[in-house]
Design a protein around this ligand. Sequence first.
Ligand code: GMT
Length: 374
Amino acid sequence: MKIGIVCYPTFGGSGVVATELGIALAKKGHEIHFITYRQPTRLDFFSANLFYHEVDIKSYPLFEHAPYELALASKMVNVVKYEKLDLLHVHYAIPHASAAYMAKQILKSQGLQIPVVTTLHGTDITLVGKDVSYEPVVTFSINQSDGVTAVSEDLRKATYDHFEITKDIEVIPNFIDLDRFKKQKKEHFKLAICPHGESLIVHTSNFRKVKRVEDVIQVFYEVRKKIPVKLLLVGDGPERDKMERLCRELGTCDDVRFLGKLEAVEEVLSVADLFLIPSEKESFGLAALEAMACEVPVLSSDAGGIPELNLDGVTGFVCKIGDIEMMTKRALEILSPENLPGFKQRALERAKQFDVSIILPIYESFYKKTVEST
Ligand code: GMT
């Protein structure tokens, strides 16, 4: 098939899922056209089946905010028309689903038909989308999509709870490429960070408020009172300065390292003993799946779809959002030498269920079904 993928070209979450999906589809022989405002982070190589179309956002002194959605819709129209696409797959409803609707109507007026699949990723529903400033457009554009998917059962339910949706929503979870995300031999790295055999806790995120990075630091602080342990924080974002300050106040700076944005996160995960994801909201938790693929058990909150991935007492533990005391207890349980190997093994086994080779055919048959019914 010839598929247009519209996404945010960003470092984590929906942008990564969209890019990895496009790459995997291209490997299987589909022709993939990415449409976005910057080259997606993981799309930095040549492949005969991959194309990138940059959205040009023209500015003008009259515009306080340049109308990205219009530029995106225009680009979609041109790419669908000239590249003869069979389907558009938009990731993250705002503003991609409504821009796709507009493109579809323009193409229809020219006698062309293009089926649109919208994948809901999380905050487009649970945080931003349900805000009154966007809700009517989000509801309308989801209902106008030819196919809708959500990345977890919880997100599917939240979409029906928050919006008046008349469409069927199919759950297609996040996936992982186990050839890339696997435990690598990085003993020298572990030795450099944990020279005295300390345990290593890792957290990766975009440091937004919903991630509750302060809980990561508080749990680490409590665990550190009981066992020798180090903390690595990967990523960057609005909360980072505050988190650095918190570490200084708690006097933990010597044992905490902020690594910033890292492309090869699997190298850090390869030496980790425990991954923390205490989010306030989390539709799936791709970061946790990446950790599990590298044999790292997960200590998570019970937000959103995380419990569908992280099985309580099996691949790690699931605790109430903000329950630092319980999280500390559970972290110590996982890190105990008699429990850790079992948790690591089970985390990997669980990750295998989300391998790209299993999830990709689900997307392919969803495309087929959508095209046939449009
Ligand atoms: O986690 C983020 O803040 C980024 C966000 C995004 O929209 O790019 O990620 C969302 O989509 C991911 C891919 O489907 C999910 O794995 C994340 O759980 C989800 N984040 C939230 O729901 C907060």
